[in-house]
Design a protein around this ligand. Sequence first.
Ligand SMILES: NC(=O)c1ccc[n+]([C@@H]2O[C@H](COP(=O)([O-])OP(=O)(O)OC[C@H]3O[C@@H](n4cnc5c(N)ncnc54)[C@H](O)[C@@H]3O)[C@@H](O)[C@H]2O)c1
Length: 271
Amino acid sequence: MSGPVLVTGAAGRIGTVLRGGLPERGWAVRCLDVVPIVDTRPGEEQVVADAADLAAMVDAAAGASAVVHLAGHSGESTWPVISRSHIESTYCALEAARRAGIDRVVLASSNHATGFTPRPASGLLREADAPPRPDTYYGAAKVAMEALASLYADRYGMDVVCLRIGSAFPEPTALRHLSTWLSPADSVALVDAALTAPAPGFAVVWGVSANTRNWWDLSAARALGYEPQDDAEVYAEALIEAYGEPDLADPVHARVGGDYVLPSFDAQEDS
Ligand SMILES: NC(=O)c1ccc[n+]([C@@H]2O[C@H](COP(=O)([O-])OP(=O)(O)OC[C@H]3O[C@@H](n4cnc5c(N)ncnc54)[C@H](O)[C@@H]3O)[C@@H](O)[C@H]2O)c1
């Protein structure tokens, strides 16, 4: 593929990790975010724009070889914020790619698209075992993201890979992360696999590291070429010492969405 990868949300946590790791794997990066990137790296292109602005996205996609769409409000918020920053922006990412003749798009979905799914007491959940069961407006927007991905793959023959990311942080900081962690290095490996897998069509895959306590089956991600290297288990002793073993009777640990399923995430009056 020639041309840079357009990475939206490039100033954020995952975007910053990808800006470090993708060039090492041979990708040139065109960064897009609503905020300017302060630590610009050599060779990087930068666009300051709203990913939910179709005209801006069409301009930004010109000459790119692929789109990695990360932009959006992190976590739960009001419906207007969520619908614009996740659903509208996903439409713009896909439509801008289509107009630019780009046939590979990688979308940052989330485990919260399936957050009310009971956590398996044993065994691993495949993607097919976890149909949409969002836990929040945020999760519902990720379901819409996956639906748009399916539409653009079927209607226009594009390759659109949705990554149902678990918890992408520098290191696990909560008990749940022992099962949901996606390490920085594995984030790069997963996105690289999604960008390079031959003809994936429409795909939805879990995005976690090779955690000993994983709930999610990584077969589909591995079929794309993803080879995770990290395991949250190295943090288990310290986290269990701090918080105890996860108790499945505790509502926070009963569903895969964790605390996102709790009443504290109910819609607020002014949303
Ligand atoms: N970090 C995780 O654990 C995790 C888990 C599941 C899914 N995700 C998804 O991955 C993506 C990136 O997550 P992150 O942790 O890097 O989040 P982040 O909040 O660190 O970064 C998001 C970036 O998007 C930018 N942004 C927001 N709205 C925008 C818009 N309309 N146009 C352009 N830029 C916009 C922000 O300025 C920010 O730099 C998000 O879509 C998030 O929902 C993250």
